[in-house]
Every structure is written in C-alpha cells, then in structure tokens.
Write a protein that binds this ligand. Structure first.
Ligand code: CLF
Ligand code: SF4
Length: 291
C-alpha cells in the first residue's frame, strides 16, 4: 500500500503544500541513461548510451542501500529516498530494482521516483508493484507543437524520432501513465519547467489536463537557461506567481522546490550532507527538471 497524500504532506519535503515540513530526502543517483532529449539538458544522451562505462558517475543498487543506512543515521530528518536521475529512471532497470530492495529493507522510508514519463504507460504496473509512494512526471507541455520546441527527440523502442511526432508519443505515454499509476494508488506530482518564451501561456492547460488524469500536486520549476535554450530567459518572480495562481484553479501547487541535484542528500534548499555520503560528486548537469 502506498502512503496517503495526507502522510506525504507531513513527511515528504516535496509534498508540503503550505509551510515547509522540514523533512529531508536522499537522492540515489542510480539511473545513468536517458531516452529523450530536452533542449535545456546538457547530458549527451548518445554518448551515455554508447559508453555504459560512465558508471563512475552513478551508484549501484547495493551502494544505494548502504547510502540510505548511513544518511538516516547521520540525519534522522531524512524520510524519503528518491531517484531523480541523473538520467531517466525508467530508461534503465536500476531505479525499480533499487526501490524493490528498499521496500524490503527500509519499510518506513517513503519511496519517491521521478521520470520523464516516456516509458510510464508500459511500466505502470512495475512502478506500482515496486511500492513507489510518490511519482513525479515532468510534463512540459500537452500540445505537441509546443513540446517539440522543448524536447528535440525521443528514443522509442530503439528508434530515434524527432519533432512533433516525438512529442505526440511522449505526451500520450505521460498522460496514460499518470492515469494508470494514480488508479493504482500512487500519488502523482507533475513538474513543468517554465520557459517564458515557450510555455508560459500553456501552463493552465497542462495543470488542467494532468489533474484530469489523476495527478494531485503540481510544481512549476523556473528554467535555468542553458544548452539549446540558453537564449531563453529565467522567469521572473512575478511570472512564476501568476502561473502558479492559474494552475491552482485546477490542482494543488507545491512552492518550495529547490531544483535539486540527482545526488542531493539532506533538506531541500537547506543542509546538504551528500559529500559525507557519496565519495564522488556525480558529473551530471543540473537535474532540476527531474524532481
Ligand atoms: Fe527528490 Fe523529487 Fe522526490 Fe523530492 S526533489 S525525487 S519529489 S524527493 Fe523536491 Fe528537489 Fe524540487 Fe524535486 S525540491 S527538485 S520537487
Ligand atoms: Fe533526459 Fe531529464 Fe535531461 Fe530531459 S532533463 S534529457 S528527461 S535527463
């Protein structure tokens, strides 16, 4: 049984819908590869896929369990174990394997996973069976023409697809996946990266659509302009306030996002003990879209 949204609100730092609840999370960087190409993300997907030797940047499921043990001893406020990258959690099998083992070994830890959702519809039952309590899906647009400006390509069953065709497949799988896992009792949060030049007038539509599919919490993350979207601007506080207000007509909005790294350990936006837990800092770019 997944934990209820009420319990998440009091124990999970990313589901505190009013004031912060001062609980912590450990991110387990077990997921190396990705299967889509977001234009704001600097990871070189093909390099990653062709060189599985990049494992020095990630940890194994065994190391993940040891990391939880150590982190919860050092910092009892840590209530949540999350996998948020550095790649996509459903592009490889490591995240689900890690969660199945956490379920056995640490039954009280909240299991949180975040994904781009490309594989979510196909793997929905496995996500439910792994005992995921909270799942975040990053949905940057529900209109393929808008999404094609944000996501360059997808790797779909071994085939690279680009543009609007890719965006259509991604949106279909995200929404169908959200429907299936929410029906299976998993609490779903949706993240949208707010890109003023591309999706600021579309946030309302995303909030309305994902809410109708079963998502219960929404998080709007300001773009960090980089890579192929370095010409775009970082949203102002006023714009962020406005779009949150629009989204709130349809879904509850989370406001304390700290745009965490995939190896963060501690309180989001507060004390971080990742250097005491992980020997190497992972060499990934900012994974803010994955929270
Ligand atoms: Fe991590 Fe994300 Fe789970 Fe939180 S982060 S996988 S839901 S435990 Fe939280 Fe960090 Fe924002 Fe994410 S503050 S980037 S929303
Ligand atoms: Fe993949 Fe996440 Fe980067 Fe997008 S932001 S390309 S989903 S790793």
């Amino acid at each position: 049984m997944s934990v209820t949204i009420e319990e998440l609100r009091s124990r999970h730092p990313c589901f505190a819908l009013g004031a912060k609840n001062n609980n912590g999370r450990i991110h387990l960087p077990v997921s190396p590869g990705c299967n889509i190409g977001c234009r704001f993300c600097k990871r070189d997907i093909n390099d990653t896929e062709e060189r599985p030797g990049v494992s020095s940047e990630i940890i194994t499921p065994d190391e993940a369990l040891a990391a939880i043990e150590k982190a919860t001893e050092l910092m009892p406020e840590i209530q949540v174990a999350g996998v948020a990258g550095p790649g996509d959690t459903l592009a490889t099998s490591y995240a689900l394997e890690t969660f199945r083992r956490i379920k056995e070994r640490f039954p009280n830890i909240i299991k949180c996973m975040s994904t781009n959702g490309l594989m979510l519809s196909e793997l929905a039952q496995e996500v439910i069976d792994a005992g995921i309590d909270s799942l975040t899906v990053t949905v940057n647009a529900v209109d393929p023409v808008i999404l094609a400006q944000i996501c360059e390509f997808i790797i779909w069953h071994g085939k690279s697809i680009e543009g609007v065709d890719a965006a259509k497949i991604l949106i279909e799988n995200q929404l169908e996946g959200i429907r299936k896992v929410s029906a299976g009792g998993v609490t779903v949060k949706v993240n949208t990266v707010l890109i003023p030049e591309i999706n600021k007038d579309h946030v309302r539509e995303v909030a309305k659509t994902v809410s109708a599919c079963g998502a219960s919490v929404y998080n709007i993350i300001p773009l960090i302009p980089q890579h192929k979207l370095s010409h775009c601007t970082e949203p102002s506080c006023e714009l962020l306030y406005e779009v949150r207000k629009e989204a709130e007509e349809y879904i509850r909005v989370f406001r304390h996002c700290a745009r965490c790294r995939a190896d963060a350990v501690g309180l989001p936006g507060g004390k971080d003990i990742s250097k005491q837990i992980y020997l190497r800092e992972i060499k990934s770019e900012n994974t803010f879209s994955h929270g």
